[in-house]
Design a binder for this molecule. Structure first.
Ligand SMILES: *Cc1c(COP(=O)(O)O)cnc(C)c1O
Length: 408
């Protein structure tokens, strides 16, 4: 809703909400508020601010005085208010100082010792490490389900004891297998514990896939990737349908001390208006390149959502994805040697991990991003030695295609 009471569309809202020039000296764009602490209007206001922060009193605009930047600060508030516009059905957001900070805080909040969670595999390497290292040592049991297997996903959610969360990464990285968010949400609703359904939406969101519209409770992002889009900062975001859950996340964030810092909030804030333009361009670029590579002699398999043949995968894709996205993987003939030679010969596309930036990057997941996985897990997940993952940027796709062709 705008100041004058009419509703504006998301692309407008993410520029107009959250900041009022009167908060500063009339600046059209938000300034950076670097202060670590805030002056109270009175000792009574200080007491009220603490009562609100500790949940002893409900929060309203009048009593929401700022206290200290580890709890909240103006740039986080502005960013959290504006970013909600990007995720249909989201009611609130919490920003963290990395994607892993968001993910670890979420798990620590939802899964106390002795409980279980269901997750899809393969997962982002850091999340995998956290689940197998810290979480399992805390007595929290993860139940893995292969990405794309709806039947097994439904069964695991029905069968788990004291289930607190379903954590889905879709499409999976680097195999781009789709998991059915709606099916997981349906099963979770039937459980007495009402486990939260969280989707790591880093690969397609927040533009090409909207998990909350198909039943998820939370959308989780490494904003280091597409959201910030220039490979020059780390950030994480969690958006939710339930304000209370997001407030609880902010509460734990204050204790863990992993709120996104003012400068980074300001940077990310300024990238939001262009995320839709960038992601559409990256998706179109990737689709042009992939479709021009079909049938190439040196490639044994191309993994990309527009090339799906499997009917179950097609069903899931059409239900929850708007566009195929800017990531694809190639399985090259010649095993690991073939993959390494390809990476060595690329000129425009750089050999680096990470994804979602305006510049194109390529990497060899089995020996880098996914090297924490055991050989069995790698095989099970379909991450072969000959697989190379490409994150397509906003360059002219014809130059990228030429670069790939000469490297092949
Ligand atoms: C990068 C990434 C993360 C971790 O985010 P950081 O910002 O690097 O901490 C989590 N999930 C996915 C899918 C990612 O690509």
């Amino acid at each position: 809703m705008s100041k004058r009471g009419y509703v504006v569309r998301p692309q407008t809202a993410l520029i107009t909400r959250g900041f009022d020039p009167r908060m500063s000296v009339g600046a059209a764009r938000p300034p950076v508020y670097r202060s670590s602490t805030y002056v109270f209007s009175s000792p009574e206001a200080a007491a009220t601010a603490f009562a609100v922060a500790l949940g002893k009193q409900p929060c309203d605009a009048e009593h929401g005085e700022l206290i200290y930047s580890r709890l909240a600060h103006p740039n986080a508030n502005i960013l959290e208010d504006q970013i909600v516009a990007l995720e249909p059905k989201a009611e609130a957001a919490a920003v963290f100082n990395s994607g892993m900070a968001a993910i670890t805080t979420l798990f620590l909040m939802t899964c106390p010792p002795g409980t279980t969670f269901v997750y899809t595999t393969p997962l982002y390497g850091g999340t995998y490490h956290f689940i197998h290292g810290l979480l399992s040592s805390l007595g929290v049991t993860g139940i893995p389900v292969p990405a794309g297997n709806t039947k097994e996903l439904r069964h695991a959610i029905r069968a788990a004891l004291d289930l607190r969360m379903v954590f889905i990464e879709t499409p999976s990285n680097p195999t781009l297998e789709m998991s059915d968010i709606g099916a997981a949400a349906e099963e979770a609703r039937d459980r007495p514990e009402r486990p939260l359904v969280a989707v790591d939406n880093t690969l397609l969101g927040p533009v090409l896939q909207h998990p909350l519209t198909v039943g998820a409770d939370l959308a989780v992002y490494s904003a280091t990737k597409y959201l910030s889009g220039f490979s020059d900062m780390l950030a994480g975001v969690i958006l939710g349908t339930n304000v209370k859950v997001v407030e609880e996340l902010r509460g734990l964030r204050a204790i863990l001390g992993n709120i996104l810092q003012p400068d980074e909030c300001w940077m990310l804030d300024s990238r939001l208006p262009t995320v839709s333009f960038r992601m559409h361009r990256q998706s179109k670029n990737a689709q042009h390149i992939v479709e021009s590579l079909i049938g190439h002699d040196s490639i044994s398999r191309i993994l990309y959502p527009s090339l799906i043949k499997d009917t179950e995968q097609l069903r899931i894709r059409d239900k929850q994805c708007r566009f195929p996205g800017g990531m694809f993987s190639l399985e090259l003939k010649g095993g690991i040697r073939g993959a390494f030679d390809f990476l060595r010969k690329l000129n425009i596309i750089k050999n680096a991990v990470s994804l979602g930036g305006v510049e194109s990057l390529a990497c060899h997941p089995a020996t880098t991003t996914h090297s924490e996985m055991t050989p069995e897990d790698l095989t099970h997940a379909g991450v072969t030695e000959s697989l190379v993952r490409v994150s397509v940027g906003v360059e002219d796709w014809r130059d990228l295609l030429a670069d790939i062709r000469q490297a092949l």
